[in-house]
Write a protein that binds this ligand. Structure first.
Ligand code: IPE
Ligand code: IPE
Ligand code: MG
Length: 252
């Protein structure tokens, strides 16, 4: 396989990690075994992205809608999450990774929130890749939350209605200070967004693979990145315009 060029890799990669359950089912295993195997993939991909110099990696780990799954699965996922965050701090320190969470943290159990706070605090001085886990995350909820906050600030006179523009709106999202994703990967063959980063994905390049998340590996990542590298991001302009002014024609 061709070697992956480090040129023109996405600055921000977002991933919808899907297919743990089907991976397990195909092997006559319990769904939770698929989630356990999925955590191993998370480790691998986090390390590989950090090694490749990806600046921002955002992983959809648990959606606002996933609370509707059977109680036993939700409980097992929370236990796995707690174990993962706790055990990963040392590795994040080794790899200079900063940890971050987006989503409705108020819905998460208190012990998970403690682990999250600890991981964020311990890794806050690191200067490498920003690893963001989307937990209890729903994009519509995020947008409504932002709108409500903006209304509160407008009512109290902190901002004026005239000052509300795209930039200000973005600042009220959970992803303020994180650039929009350049590339989104979804595994397991589903071709939908499932309420992930609706605002932020406006001009993101999308990539879908049939591979289930537990089977996704370095080679699959390299394959996805090569696909990304072959794309032309036009942001509404024409191909000729991009060629004339090069990178300047692109959005920042
Ligand atoms: C993704 O795998 C992990 C979570 C959503 C938590 P799934 O559990 O959705 O696996 P499938 O889609 O049922 O195969
Ligand atoms: C999306 O996967 C959420 C995560 C990967 C955490 P789902 O498996 O929940 O998505 P749907 O329900 O099939 O769209
Ligand atoms: Mg799924």
């Amino acid at each position: 396989m061709d070697k992956l060029s480090k040129e023109n890799l996405p600055r921000h990669l977002a991933v919808i990690m899907d297919g743990n359950g089907r991976w397990a089912k195909q092997r006559m295993l319990r769904r939770i075994v698929g989630h356990q195997k999925g955590v191993e993939t998370v480790r691998l991909i986090v390390e590989e992205c950090s090694r490749l110099g990806i600046a921002y990696l955002t992983l959809f780990a648990f959606s606002a809608e996933n609370w509707l799954r059977p109680k036993t699965e939700v409980k097992a996922l929370m236990a796995l999450l707690k174990k993962y965050i706790r055990s990963e701090i040392a590795r994040m320190m080794q790899n200079n990774i900063r940890f971050n969470v987006i989503g409705d943290r108020g819905e998460l159990p208190a012990d998970i929130n403690r682990e999250i706070d600890e991981a964020i605090a311990r890794t806050s001085g690191n200067s490498g890749m920003l690893l963001t886990l989307a937990l209890s995350y729903g994009a519509r909820q995020e947008i409504v939350h932002a709108a409500r906050q903006i209304a509160i600030d407008a009512a109290s006179g902190k901002i004026t209605a005239d000052s509300i523009d795209e930039e200000l709106f973005s600042d009220y999202l959970y992803t303020d200070r994180i650039p929009e994703p350049d590339f989104l990967i979804r595994t397991s063959g589903e071709m939908r967004i499932s309420n992930f980063l609706l605002w932020q994905l406006a001009y993101t390049e999308l990539y879908f693979t049939d591979v289930n998340w537990p089977d996704f590996d370095r080679n699959e990542l390299a394959k996805a990145f090569r696909d990304y590298q072959a794309r032309e991001r036009r942001f509404g302009k024409t191909s000729d315009q991009l060629r004339v002014s090069g990178a300047d024609a692109r959005r920042p």
